[in-house]
Design a protein around this ligand. Sequence first.
Ligand code: C2E
Ligand code: MG
Ligand code: MG
Ligand code: MG
Length: 284
Amino acid sequence: HAKALGRNRYCHFAPAMLEAVGERLQMGNDLRAAITAGQLQVHYQPVVELASGRIVGAEALVRWHHASRGWVSPARFIPVAEELGLINAIGERVFREAAGTALTLHRCAGLEAFQISVNVSPRQFVTPDALEGWLEHMRAIGLPGRCIAIEITEGLLLDERPEVARRLLEFRNADVEILLDDFGTGYSSMAYLKRFDIDSLKIDQSFVADMAGNGSDRAIVEAMIAMSRKLGLYVVAEGIETEAQRKVLCEAGCDFGQGYLFSAPVPRQRLLDMMRRPANGSER
Ligand code: C2E
Ligand code: MG
Ligand code: MG
Ligand code: MG
């Protein structure tokens, strides 16, 4: 019986699996072509100070518009890029673009401290040369370290290869803040936060989403914020969609947030327009 079931399962499984493999291959090829053709774009999602609504920075998020598929989510193509070794090329492109935008804003009166954060995959930390040029590039264009932050994930903190700690330290020494993205979804503990000198935590949007209706998620979020404050870390909450969520987070002592309530990720020019608008900085 088991054998029959196994064979049956095999028959059902194989075409789907082949399809998935083919799909990934196709996506990989298209992605490679898009990188070469310079077709990846970067959008920016504003990060606001929750108490005032003032925009203090933005997260750079890669965007890919595919000729026939339309917009492809980075949640789908980033893992493919990591697998195929394309993530360094993408990361480099996003960083250059983000640094240019940060420089433009840095030169605007009153926006010298504006910070743009860039997501960095674990792979980029262990590939020789992948991150080497970043600090050099910032120095070359005259962009202070504090205008850029990098977003890493909890898994990276478990990687004990010496180059990981060394690169994190190089960024820190250059005033580039280190943010721990999607906090709460991985395996790391508070002990790692101390060991690596993280500046801020980004509370994953899944906790924020369920906070209003779910007492235990609210308790988790409140505990994360309380612990972070005791450790001297800033807290950024992700995926804030409602005023009720903003209020709870604010009352719990969360400093910053991002989400559709404030703004979706927007193209570079739209971000620049938002920041130059005199209305920015007014109390909400
Ligand atoms: P992330 O770094 O956690 O980015 C936050 C994601 O939440 C973004 O999805 C953003 O568009 C989305 N988001 C923002 N506000 C809201 C909200 O109010 N509600 C909901 N439901 N979602 C919201 P996006 O742009 O699709 O990116 C997905 C993930 O792909 C990112 O998660 C990040 O892990 C990865 N990613 C994006 N760009 C890059 C990149 O340049 N390099 C690397 N390595 N990864 C990237
Ligand atoms: Mg992020
Ligand atoms: Mg995140
Ligand atoms: Mg996320």
